[in-house]
Design a protein around this ligand. Structure first.
Ligand SMILES: Cc1ncc(COP(=O)(O)O)c(C=O)c1O
Length: 293
């Protein structure tokens, strides 16, 4: 995967003109595998049932052939998202390098499935998970699935903007101490940063507070997938010490709806936490949708 400078481009209204770098996709392993597989002149005896668009003339006419020719399942050439090899594994490794992660998983069930997987990877039944009261509904379903018990932090209300603020490090510390007072240790802390309204929390300080007690930090970074790509954006969650960060590639970058990424920094830092791959693979749909990545 290579970076290409877009600075100084003279194209008017080019939204990429101010970005220092964009990816040159021709080196993307999954794109290359998808292209060569779509170009094969073969009869298809596999799903999806639209049979490269032939079975759905109305949609085919709407979008043209491209989407249908490349909407391919987990053929041997394309491998399997549930046990990544070849193009998927290479693509995930390149994404990890790009986003500064130790490991990255492509998700086809949105950030929703990444949040659920992260909670299930860090929390066992009855464990305490510290999280903001205005968490996304995916965190609530992650609590249900994992059996973890929420320890909520109430975000402050910003009356100027009429929205909820981020979470302060002192609020996280207070929540950890309240649990300690009743003989419990938080299994993980989940922070939404940026929030839906764009407010970021001080993750640098929050991760210091948590790591001093060996508590992993999950960041719902659904709306911050672009932070890595311009110095004027805030630092990413991983750059600020987060252990797991989930980003909606489809919401703020340029992939198709529902594609997200789960980034992990040193997954084995906490010894016991060796559960991520299988948990993560269970959350997306059975079928792999390669166009999403
Ligand atoms: C803060 C936050 N987290 C998670 C999500 C879920 O993202 P996705 O649609 O990729 O599952 C959203 C969706 O808007 C969100 O606003």
């Amino acid at each position: 995967m290579r970076f290409v400078s877009m600075q100084g481009t003279s194209e008017p209204n080019n939204v990429l003109a101010d970005l220092p770098v964009v990816l040159e996709t021709s080196s993307a392993p999954l794109v290359r595998a998808l292209k060569s597989t779509a170009e094969q002149d073969v009869a298809c005896f596999h799903f999806p049932g639209h049979n490269r668009g032939k079975a759905t003339p109305i949609l085919y006419n709407l979008t043209g052939p491209g989407a249908f020719l490349h909407d391919l399942p987990d053929l041997p050439e394309l491998h399997d998202l549930f046990s990544p090899k070849g193009a998927i594994l290479d693509g995930q490794a390149e994404a990890a390098k790009l986003f500064g992660a130790s490991e990255t998983w492509f998700l086809v069930g949105g950030t929703t499935c990444g949040i659920q997987a992260s909670i299930m990877a860090t929390c066992c039944p009855v464990d305490a998970l510290i999280l903001p009261r205005n968490d996304h509904i995916s965190a609530t379903s992650g609590l249900v699935w994992s059996g973890a018990v929420p320890k909520y932090i109430l975000p402050e209300y910003n009356s100027c903007w009429d929205i909820a603020a981020g979470i302060r490090p002192s609020q996280v510390e207070a929540a950890i101490k309240e649990l300690e007072e009743v003989g419990k240790t938080a299994a993980a802390v989940l922070i939404t940063s940026p929030t839906y309204h764009g407010l970021c929390s001080n993750l640098n300080e929050i991760t210091k507070v948590c790591h001093s007690r060996c508590i992993p930090v999950i960041v719902d970074e659904a709306h911050g997938a672009h932070f890595r790509f311009h110095p004027n954006f805030p630092s990413t969650a991983l750059e600020q010490g987060a252990d797991l960060a989930v980003q909606s590639t489809h919401e703020v970058l340029s992939s198709l709806t529902q594609s997200s990424m789960l980034h992990v920094w040193e997954p084995y830092r906490y010894g016991e936490n060796k559960k991520m791959p299988s948990k993560c693979c269970r959350a997306p749909a059975q079928a792999t949708y390669y166009l999403h990545h």
